[in-house]
Every structure is written in structure tokens, then in C-alpha cells.
Write a protein that binds this ligand. Sequence first.
Ligand SMILES: [Mn+2]
Length: 465
Amino acid sequence: MGLETDVRRAADLICEADSVTIVSHIDADGISTESILAQALAREGMTVKSVFVRQLEPMAMRHVEKDDSLKLFTDLGAGQQSLIEEHGLSADEVLILDHHVSQPCGTAYPQVNSLDHGITRMSAAGVAYLVAKALDSTNIDLAKLAVVGNVGDMMARENCGLVGPAREIVSDGVEYGNIIVQSRDLNCYGTSTRPIHVCLGYCDDPYIDGISNSTSSALRFLERLGVTLKNSRGGWFVWEELAFEDRRRIISALAQQLIAHGRETDRLLAETYIFPDEPERTALRNASEYATLLNACGRWARPGIGGRICRGDRGDAYRDAEQMLAHHRTIIRDLLQYILDTGVTELSHIQYVHTGDKFPDTIVGIGAGMALSKLNWRKPIMVLSAMVDEPETTKVSMRTNEWALARGVDLQEALVEASAAVGGAGGGHRIAAGAFIPKTTEEEFVDRVNRILKRQSASADPDNS
Ligand SMILES: [Mn+2]
């Protein structure tokens, strides 16, 4: 069956329901997914209740009430179908909208999963949007949220822009008028809110010698180009405000800098998505910063605030989210510094560090990703952290980059296999994955993952094991 058939069937199932409970994940993709569906269903006059969970595990299932509503599991569920079964939910009271690897299960739950159709570059928000559009074709205003979810889940990363069905969703937003596509924009985070030298100083994909990791070097680089970096009141321009000519001049200088250091220029430019209906110089103005704002809400246990922002609340919810984002950044900066100060232990195929209970387990993955570019970026990084509310369990986060993926690394496979062997559970994606393992098995687990990554790189390149 094609994706379209699955989407149509999902929309029909929803139409038949009297009320719906959405169980979604707390990250940007899960939050935008929930908002797309809750708004589309409310427009149909349906009663909707939403529950956000950090992950679908036995404890979290308690929040899924046993009532007669249709249970919509979104951005999760595919990999936890036996848990849904154990909870006593039958096939006719569940619908799964997901993009994670499916787990076989005795009950055939109806599911729309982009992976089932060979689509690896579309997240749950994309799936949810297609269902919302099947419910009513006027729901194309929600394409914007689908783009936020997809970008938040790094679907635009590998190809420097969204592709396939996720890219078609962008076109709906362009048609509606709340998305502007910038086809050859700077591939850098913070283009709507940060001074340009700060953007560039933090940019590590591509890594630009003499600029990445140093905002002061980035500033000197820009000053030499003679572009106008400040407005008439002396404040820094953000990238989006810069004159077209100045943007071109900076991009060509950056390309020359990359070439001068023998690096590829193919990741310098990316397709980016601007939201013209949002205020300038705010995190709501482009898809990647909007996603970070939602992630900050989720990671600090306030996914509902993110949901209100997605529904258009620009008052209290937005102020709260901005504060969480500021807090989020401070803690992540501390975490990054902690990892760099403590230092990692290098094995043949991974590097790892244990952060104990010093940082919330919900952000260690982000810290791992940021630390990678400052450490040996050829080796995937693993961060282990204690869980304050579950002292017997260790949370594991791993991150790698496109360079390693091209050489056979698959973190999802590695963590699923290694965690199963020690009695834990893992999941995620090739580039970013996580696991929960018994605390007592940490050492064995690290060793297993190292051996699996060694095997992966050996089978990708038999001459270089
Ligand atoms: Mn997702």
C-alpha cells in the first residue's frame, strides 16, 4: 500500500471517532505534530485531549487513560507496539503516526509510518500534516508547523534542505503564504536572531577554519570584507537583515576560505524556510530557530507551552518559552564546558564521557552533538548520564556526523543491539540515537557499542578496519 492510501485510511479512522486522545513526544517534532492534529481535529468539531511523554515506556503508559477515545500515538508508538498491546489497547482504538523503526507485534495496529514507504527524510509532523490535509484540504496553513517538526528532527540536514514528500509540504506553505523558501541561503543556525559573527563562530557544519569556534575571529573576518554589520543605531544586524550584496560577498569569502583550507564548499549553502507572518529578529522567524524554541519547552517539561505557541499564542506562552530558551542555552553551555573540561575517554571507535547527575538527562544529547565538533569529530561521541528519578538506570546519548555516516556508522543499529544485550532499550536515528541501560552494565555497554561500530566501519570499508 502506498503512503497516500495509509494517510486516507488514517483520516477515515479519525473521522469515525467520537473523541481523540493524542499521545505525543516532547520534542519539536512531537509538539508540532500534536498541534497540527489537535487544530485540524478541533476544526472538525472533535473533542481532543493531548498527553505529552518523554518516551513511551511502561511508566508513561499510566498517563494514557482507559476511556473510549481513539488513541493517536504520534512521533512514537511504532517501536513500542507491544507496550501498547500490554496496556490492553486493541487495534480498533489505536492509530500510530510515526517515522521510527517499527517493532513487530501480535496486534496489527493501524499505522502511517514514512519509513514503511522508504521515506527516511520525513518526520512525524510531516505524516500528521498529510493526515490533516486529507481531513480537509484547507488545512494547508498547518504546513508551516510540519516544516518546523521536520527541520527540528534534522530532516533537512543531510541534503541541506527538505526533500521528497517533506519538500512538497513546503510548497503548500508557500502557496498559503506563511513560508518563504530561501534556496541558496547560508547554512548556519541563528540567521534571524544572532549577530552574524556569532552565527559563524558557532557554525561547525561546514567547519570553516579560522572562523568556526571563534566569534572574535569571525568578526575580524567580516570586518575585513567591509560589509555593514551594524544598523544606524549601532546594533548588530542579523543575517536576514543584511543587504543582498553583503550576504553574497560574505558567502563568496566563506567559500574561498573553505577552498583555501582544502575543504568542500557543498555544505556552505542550504535551503532555509522563513516565516513572513512572524516578527523579525525572533526565534519564530525561521524553521530551525522555531524548532529550538519548541525543543527548549519540551526539554524543560513544558511541552504544552510549545503547543500554545504553535496555536498562535504570542503572549504569555511566548514569553515563558523565551525564558526557557535562555535557560536552556545557559545549561547547555555549562554542559559543553563540563564535557570539554572533564575530557572524553577514547576507545578505538568511540569517545565517551559520563556526566553523572550534574545535568538533566533530557539535554545531554544536545551537549554531545555540540561537543563533537570540538573533539575528535571522526569518532562518534557517547554521553552517559544518571537519571535523578530512576537511579538504577543510565541514559545514553550518542551523536555522530555525515562524515561517519558515509563510512558505515549507524548509531540506531548500534544502540538497539548493544542495549538489548545488557537488558536495556535503545532507538533513534543513524546520526543521533539514545538508550536506557541498567546502571551496572555501563562498562560492558560502552565496550559493546565500540565493537559494533568497529564492525560497521569494517563492513563499509574492508581495508580500513
Ligand atoms: Mn520525530
